[in-house]
Design a protein around this ligand. Structure first.
Ligand SMILES: [Zn+2]
Length: 317
């Protein structure tokens, strides 16, 4: 079923969000999952992911017994479901159970072995209720109505969520960075209506004559950037970030909101219990800690990096 970081089904090995096989599953279009595109592999992914990657849909069809299911997280994100002789295997990739502004939430798939994204799979990682986070963001935007507001966000996924939030919750069309604007246009091709102005266009220049709201790459947005903009426009400028890490970390901005496109600890546990999985494989940068945490509460869990051949008996189920 699952060996050394890949899935074996009917004699075929499928790499999961890496480029270690000829056939690779790419769960979604965030750059830490898309190595297989750069390496020219045969790819299994959603139509939206191909489009967001600027690639032609693959001719590779899903192997028998393999299907894809919604993962939430960002437009086009999918889970992989495999019916094997040893039972059902599910790989979630990055996922969220809640529906977002641009995509429906993940389905919880009943399974025997679950390989789950464990980015926030520690008890300290709990996000406030999404509706409350959205309310706080809306109040922030309304309160700072006479200042420029600059949100920092990843250009793929989070920026489009923020555009939709500003459109629907605040009645505003933000100015977005050129990189984010390219992905906004691709979202629109996929049928997600977004109202925004691309930085550098005459329309955006006109908008900047008055207090404006902008979305820029998160790495740029901090107090220094806000001060530089305030000076350039002769107008107060507030900076903000929207990231799950705001639940546990401090950032050098005026406001940081735990507006996440991931499952937190509670939702990760919900998936594990409701799926009925007998074995759990943790995948993400903190996979060892996550697996240890799950074992401490009686769940048969292992980190993905621990699934080397010597440990393979663990995975025979
Ligand atoms: Zn992601």
């Amino acid at each position: 079923m699952f060996k050394s970081g890949g899935l074996f089904i009917n004699g075929v090995r499928i790499a999961l969000d890496d480029a270690s096989s000829e056939l690779c599953f790419v769960s979604h279009a965030h750059s830490d999952h898309t190595e297989a595109f750069a390496k020219g592999k045969k790819i299994l992914a959603s139509e939206e992911t191909f489009l967001l990657m600027g690639a032609q849909p693959s001719s590779a069809s899903l192997p028998e017994g393999v299907s894809l299911a919604n993962a939430g997280h960002m437009l086009g994100a999918r889970q992989l479901v495999a019916q094997t002789e040893q039972g059902t295997f599910v790989y979630t990739g990055d996922f969220s159970l809640h529906s977002s502004f641009t995509t429906p939430g993940a389905e919880i798939i009943p399974c025997d072995v679950l390989m789950i994204d464990s980015t926030y799979c520690l008890p300290t990682y709990r996000f406030p209720k999404r509706e409350e986070v959205i309310r706080q963001m809306r109040l922030f935007v309304q309160k700072e109505g006479t200042a420029n507001i600059v949100f920092g966000a990843y250009v793929r996924g989070k920026a489009q969520e923020l555009v939709k939030f500003l459109n629907e919750e605040c009645g505003l069309a933000p100015i977005v960075s050129p990189a984010a604007a390219r992905f906004c246009a691709l979202y629109e091709k996929c049928g997600v209506k977004l109202d925004y102005l691309a930085a550098g266009t005459p329309e955006a220049e006109e908008e900047m004559r008055h207090p404006f709201v902008a979305i820029m790459p998160s790495r740029m947005v901090n107090f220094e950037f806000g001060a530089a903009l305030a000076e350039a426009f002769g107008r107060e400028t507030k900076t903000a970030l929207a990231t799950g890490w705001a639940a546990v970390l401090k950032f050098p901005v005026d406001a940081a909101f735990p507006f996440s496109d991931h499952a937190d600890f509670h939702d990760t546990m919900r998936y594990i219990y409701e799926s009925g999985a007998k074995k759990v494989i943790c995948a993400s940068s903190s996979q060892s800690q996550a697996a240890e945490c799950l074992r401490a509460i009686g769940i048969d869990a292992v980190a993905k990096e621990e699934t080397r051949p010597a440990q393979m008996t663990l995975m025979q189920c």
